[in-house]
Design a protein around this ligand. Structure first.
Ligand code: SF4
Ligand code: SF4
Length: 592
């Protein structure tokens, strides 16, 4: 498997004065955007396929909004069968729930179809069907209008990040279930408690339709995620910065592209090596060199957007079928030499910062809070900002960020100091967030051990009026210790270390307060979680029980009835409501 290659050094022909510049480093790489020697056509013509692609991506975006809109209307007004039942999100990340929990959903079907089609047509989904690409293209377009040409950041190690992320999202859960846990539990049981367990496999189930459309994505994070993966990544890492360094789906599309017979191919007789194709490609592919050497584009970053085909002044390029990239012929001349923005030592340092920042903002084993894609985007930005800041203080040369001078005539400019300040702030935030994640990870381990050691009769008594007598003081003390760890994982405003509270921590804290018989605290935290994630049958039932344990029967009944009004098929809630109606509430005199 070959990761997305960073741009090689220029090996093109004589450059014109109109040479285009690309590159995220301070030493930019020149592209051979030549006046065509035979036809004397000077300018790169606009890409007709760019317009077509914008329309296609716009329609996809409109369909996504329509899907969300119909779900909201169903939820609010009971339209389309009521209670907001709709097609599950057509989002590849939903495949995680298929592989981990056996839930067949629309996202899994879409991703499977996309992967299979990639084996034939190459990595076309990225260019023609991804809403994040639309955001990135929009950002690039805005930047160009503002006179900023997004420059690619060329790293030899970070290009592996999408593949590693894809393995973590889609392969790691099955690996844990099928191989790692059985081995650890047999050989080293204590180590097995360090990892978040996978849910027991109960077979495949149909989740094509859902009521909890938004359950797997925190609403509050939608705008920041789109801003970071769509806009900041473009500014810092290049036009396809997120695709190259952050997208886990690309981590699978790229290696599969190697096997695809559908590729951009060249008619050697027509190609004059003018470089218009390379200058146009926003995926940072050295098109003119690859087609010269191999007769086709082999870079797995090629998204089959067809811009190069469209702008070629000699109609030399086309999309066609033939040998795949892994069966490419030997290079006709010297293979294109790759050039990177960082030395290997700098790469290793940047990769370490990237990894720690992703873990800091996300938490590898915790998996909640900041969505994974946003954590990847943030990690990339923190690593890039740290690298630029390092250059600011270590290099005597001019240091630039896009067209902004950070260091000029050996002096750090105000923009340079601002970048250093932002970098420091980001590193502090990532560190604090990471410390919160470690505290939560520690709490997870202690909690698993606590539950494993708890006798079944004590577990059954936790959520009952017998909690006080049945739960030993030692268990309650252990729960208090775990609560102290968990509280560190909350946001600053709630006394924790993190930037914001991961909602799942509220749920876990609520459960720990149940162990201690602290019903009021448990209720407050459970309500906070339900407000965030929306009601679910088991959560609603738990809240009713907590209200009953506090002798707030009328509130419990009203809450249960309100849930049943919206979800009449929630039998667990219906049973509780019936019990309250029959056994708890005082009856009017004479009633049977
Ligand atoms: S393929 Fe077309 S645009 Fe690219 S170098 Fe050859 S002639 Fe120029
Ligand atoms: S090589 Fe051509 S088709 Fe591939 S991403 Fe670049 S411009 Fe688009």
């Amino acid at each position: 498997m070959t990761p997305r290659a960073a741009a090689p050094a220029d090996a093109g022909p004589t450059r014109s004065s109109a040479a285009s510049r690309c590159g995220g480093g301070d030493a930019a790489i020149s592209l051979p955007v030549l006046k065509d020697q035979r036809s004397a056509k000077p300018a790169i013509r606009p890409s007709r396929n760019g317009v077509r692609r914008a329309w296609v991506l716009g329609v996809i975006q409109a369909l996504i909004l329509l899907h969300i809109g119909l779900w909201l209307l169903g939820k609010q007004f009971g339209w389309f069968g009521g209670s907001g039942r709709t097609l599950s999100p057509v989002e590849p990340s939903e495949t995680m729930y298929t592989l981990e929990l056996g839930q067949i959903n629309a996202g899994f079907i879409f991703f499977a179809a996309a992967l299979l089609s990639t084996l034939i047509f190459g990595r076309w989904v990225c260019g023609w069907a991804c809403h994040v690409v639309l955001l990135q293209d929009l950002c690039s377009w805005i930047m160009k209008k503002l006179g900023v040409r997004p420059k690619p950041f060329r790293s030899r190690l970070l290009v592996w990040a999408p593949f590693v992320l894809a393995l973590y999202m889609f392969i790691w859960p099955s690996f844990k279930r099928l191989a790692l846990f059985p081995i650890l539990e047999a050989a080293w049981p204590a180590a097995a408690t360090w990892l978040k367990p996978v849910a027991p496999w109960t077979g495949f189930s149909n989740h094509l339709v859902t009521e909890s459309f938004w359950a797997t994505f925190p609403v509050i994070m939608a705008a920041p995620t789109l801003l970071i993966v769509g806009f900041a990544a473009v500014y810092f890492l290049g036009s396809k910065g997120f695709c190259t360094y952050g997208c886990p789906y690309g981590g699978f599309f790229a290696p599969l592209d190697e096997f695809a017979p559908g590729r951009i191919r060249v008619d050697h007789d027509k190609c004059h090596q003018c470089g218009h194709c390379t200058a146009t490609c926003t995926s940072n592919v050295r098109v003119h060199e690859e087609v010269r050497e191999y007769g086709m584009v082999i870079d797995p970053g090629c998204m089959k957007c067809l811009d190069c085909v469209s702008v070629c002044p000699n109609e030399a390029l086309s999309f066609g079928f033939g040998p795949p990239a892994f069966r490419k012929p030997a290079a006709r001349n010297a293979p294109p030499r790759r050039q990177y923005d960082l030395s290997l030592r700098e790469e290793l340092a940047v990769a370490a910062i990237f990894l720690l920042a992703v873990l800091g903002f996300r938490g590898l084993y915790l998996g909640e809070g900041v969505p994974l894609l946003m954590a990847m985007g943030l990690g990339g930005i923190v690593a890039f900002a740290a690298f630029k800041t390092w250059r600011l203080f270590s290099s005597a040369d001019v240091v630039r960020l896009q067209n902004i001078h950070l260091k000029w005539r050996r002096r750090i400019t105000p923009a340079g100091w601002a970048l250093a300040g932002v970098t420091l702030l980001l590193l502090v935030l990532a560190s604090l967030n990471g410390a919160g994640n470690i505290a939560a990870w520690r709490a997870d381990i202690l909690e698993r051990r606590l539950m494993a050691a708890m006798p079944p009769d004590v577990q059954q008594a936790l959520f009952s009026p017998f909690n006080g007598e049945m739960v030993p003081q030692q268990v309650k003390d252990d729960a208090a210790r775990i609560i102290a760890h968990r509280r560190l994982a909350l946001g600053f405003t709630e006394g924790g270390l993190a930037l914001m509270s991961p909602p799942d921590e509220w749920l876990r804290l609520s459960w720990l307060h149940v162990i201690r018989g602290e019903w009021r605290d448990a209720e407050t935290l459970l309500r906070a979680y339900i407000d965030h994630a929306g009601p679910a049958e088991h959560l609603g039932a738990d809240l009713i029980k907590l209200l009953l344990l506090q002798r707030r029967d009328r509130e419990a009944l009203d809450y249960g009835r309100s849930l049943l009004a919206e979800h009449p098929h929630w039998t667990g809630v219906a049973q509780l409501v019936e019990i309250v109606e029959q056994n708890v509430l005082p009856r009017p005199p004479g009633a049977r």
